[in-house]
Design a protein around this ligand. Structure first.
Ligand SMILES: *Cc1c(COP(=O)(O)O)cnc(C)c1O
Length: 430
């Protein structure tokens, strides 16, 4: 076997960094082999340290919706850098981005910027608890809300991939306030609410979960959650870190027409820099310090460079609504082509798709929750992943992730992906 630079770097990285990576999803544990180390990225491509080019279908796990190295964002960052990198004091740009977000996502009347999706969800739960004076909250099995203690219970994304949806280090005391329900099951929610009458502060979910692979809400499900939360005085939180600014300019809540009380955002909001945010109804957000008693802070929150990147990204998306038609078209072309290959080869795998997100599950069963997602053949997925990688297509290295398409996928590149897909499916079944 040829010794690649990626291999050498990975061996070295393991001496200093746990598992050689700064986030577990980057390891190739679930698909076999070693991760490739990336040197640079541009448009639809990433390039590894051995100068191999790959067509990108994850896009940094979502943020790079316009493709890599976007010239507008690059220019905004460089311009902002000239005035210093951090002040720890308020800036005009923070008002601009806050105002824009409240226009794009109208349920967000007030917003607080943080540095990651993890911070956004942790803070949102704290605020919901402070607002209601209650301790418990409901989370869905297989949904991922970052790595805050109280969310690492039946968690999706890297946690499922590594076989540890319940993390050691989370105390029983913390875990007891997290109530679990299967996604897409309103009766389960009714039962939890009855069993914990007047004790539930919030219900948090990914309205369209992408962290157990992509799963779609059943007709009436999100509306049903809204009704239960209204009736019981529970704060409904949509974690749109993944779906925000992706499924529509106003996220899943715009697409499905269901309005949460609070929303958490991340990924696209930073244009590729580390940004998260949480917001919602004025009366709830007024509980956040210093206007209210619920404490939440951040040395680098609202960082001028990160705000410049995020603002440029959001301004573009807001003023170019056709971007979403283009993304939908790219998603339709790609998934139609994959379905054609599946039927041509007589394979009955389940392809879940919405807009610019999709997951190919290696099972013929319908995937509508965590239990059904886990029926997928992850060994077969690993072979498919490697077959695609060999052909220059970079997928998420886990069955339990959604793919995220960018506007930089041209028809020509889509054709390449589809050819690699058909060849890979044939290879893993030969
Ligand atoms: C990625 C993600 C998070 C965590 O965001 P980080 O920036 O990685 O901390 C939270 N919720 C959802 C739905 C996500 O997809």
């Amino acid at each position: 076997m040829q010794i690649t630079r990626s291999k050498i770097l990975f061996e070295k990285a393991k001496n200093y960094i746990p598992g050689g990576v700064n986030s577990p999803v980057r390891a190739f544990r679930a698909v076999g082999g070693d991760p490739i180390f990336i040197k640079k990225a541009d448009g639809a491509f990433i390039y590894d340290e051995d100068d191999n080019a790959y067509i990108e279908l994850i896009n940094s796990w979502g943020p790079m919706i316009l493709g890599h190295n976007n010239p507008m964002i690059k220019e905004a960052v460089i311009k902002a850098m000239e005035n210093g990198t951090s002040f720890g004091a308020p800036t005009a740009r923070e008002i601009e981005i806050a105002e824009l977000i409240t226009q794009m996502v109208p349920s967000v009347e007030k917003i607080r910027m943080v540095n990651s999706g993890t911070e956004a969800t942790m803070s949102a739960i704290r605020v919901a608890r402070g607002f209601t004076g209650k301790d418990k909250f409901i989370k869905m099995e297989g949904h991922y809300h970052g790595h805050g203690d109280s969310f690492l219970i039946s968690a999706g994304s890297g946690a499922i991939t590594m076989g540890a949806p319940d993390s050691p280090g989370v105390t029983k005391g913390t875990a007891k306030d997290t109530l679990l329900a299967p996604y897409n099951d309103l009766v389960a929610i009714e039962n939890l609410v009855t069993a914990n009458k007047n004790e539930i502060a919030a219900l948090i979910l990914e309205p369209v979960p992408g962290n157990m692979g992509l799963v779609l809400p059943k007709e009436g499900y999100l509306e049903g959650l809204r009704k239960i939360c209204d009736k019981e005085g529970i704060v409904l939180i949509f974690d749109e870190v993944m779906t925000g600014f992706r499924l529509a300019k106003g996220g899943a809540q715009e697409l499905f027409g269901v309005t949460p009380d609070m929303t958490t955002l991340g990924k696209i909001i930073g244009g590729g820099l580390p940004v998260g945010a949480y917001g919602g109804k004025k009366e709830i957000m007024e509980h956040v310090s210093p206007s209210g008693p619920v404490y939440q802070a951040g040395t680098l929150s609202g960082n001028p460079i990160a705000m410049a990147a995020g603002l440029t990204m959001l301004q573009y998306l807001n003023s170019h609504p056709e971007t979403y038609l283009q993304l939908n078209e790219i998603g339709d072309k790609l998934t139609t082509g994959i379905n054609q290959s599946l039927s041509k080869l007589g394979l009955k795998y389940t392809l879940n798709h919405l807009g610019s997100m999709y997951s190919l599950f290696f099972t013929d069963k319908e995937i509508f929750d965590f239990a059904s997602a886990k029926q997928s053949d992850t060994v077969l997925f690993g072979k498919y992943f490697q077959a695609m990688l060999k052909r220059g297509i970079y997928l998420a290295p886990s069955q339990f992730e959604s793919l995220f398409l960018s506007t930089s996928l041209t028809d020509e590149l889509i054709a390449k992906v589809l050819q690699a897909n058909e060849e890979s499916l044939m290879e893993i079944h030969s």
